[in-house]
Design a protein around this ligand. Sequence first.
Ligand code: SF4
Length: 355
Amino acid sequence: MPTRDFSVQLLTWFDQHGRNDLPWQHKPTPYRVWVSEIMLQQTQVASVIGYFTRFMQRFPDLAALAAASSDEVLHLWTGLGYYARARNLHRAAQIIRDQYQGEFPSEIAAVQALPGIGKSTAGAILALAFNQRQSILDGNVKRVLARYFALEGWTGQASVERQLWQRAEQLTPVERVAHYTQAIMDLGATVCTPKNPACDRCPVHNKCQALLQNEVARYPFPKPRKVLPVRHCAMLMITNPAGEVLLEQRPPVGIWGGLWSFPECEPQTDWRSWLAGQMNLQVEHAHAWDRVRHTFSHFHLEIQPIHVIARDSERAVMEGGARVWYNSVQPDARGLAAPVKRLLDELRAQQLGVP
Ligand code: SF4
């Protein structure tokens, strides 16, 4: 039976070549597997390892994560991007603490109902941590299956995705599900790579339709291209006579929700009047820096940073805790959006006179 061939060949290969020393593979509790799976969404293994290790040192179990402040969780996530993942992780930990007596649920429907956990991630957690027969369909697996079955169409298209799920479920074996799940992820990450897959080392090459048709480069079909819109904003990097910089916390939803950032306005705004009106700040001196572009999945953000040196910072309107004067030379623990962190680093270098 071809489906059984696939899992047998894959597991035989996994026993020799699979990865078994990743930090989350030691003590694969549902909590550790869950955190790793969330971090691995949209992020490479090599980048995740350090974040995962620091996260586990600070939050060794679900109770510690549920009890943490969102600022601290976001701080440990700074640089990983896609911050909704961290907010959902934190919220889900609190739901598990309050509704499941702190025990990670083992029912797929309950796992999928948690914030930030889709069908594939739920399947991966249950397969890897509970050895339950569940299937996964992350980006790596989509690529392997699209090639193995030579499936036409972009893998993000609903009809193609349905076929991929069907195939994924047929291929998942009854036994050794945890190993099989790790194996198919490893195959995608190390052999059936996006560019130049190593078909000569592939354990399932004998029935791979893309290879048999000599059309590997054709699969998976690329996403139809669309031009991302560009949005513009000005970020006001306001420093006071003590060299501190004004940061404000963004609303909990939307881009960089809950993270700390510079006050922002439309680029054409008369920001001197805006600062006087909104924050009661008088400008001593200001100059514009080179623009910075940050790309999100659905738009580019063109940032015009403006360094503003303010006088009389004592009179600034601080809006009860949502704004702080931040010491960038001795920074405290708070979540910062990636471009804000880079601008703060530059500002600090200037203040310290580092070339
Ligand atoms: S034979 Fe090549 S294209 Fe087919 S699954 Fe293996 S690595 Fe991927």
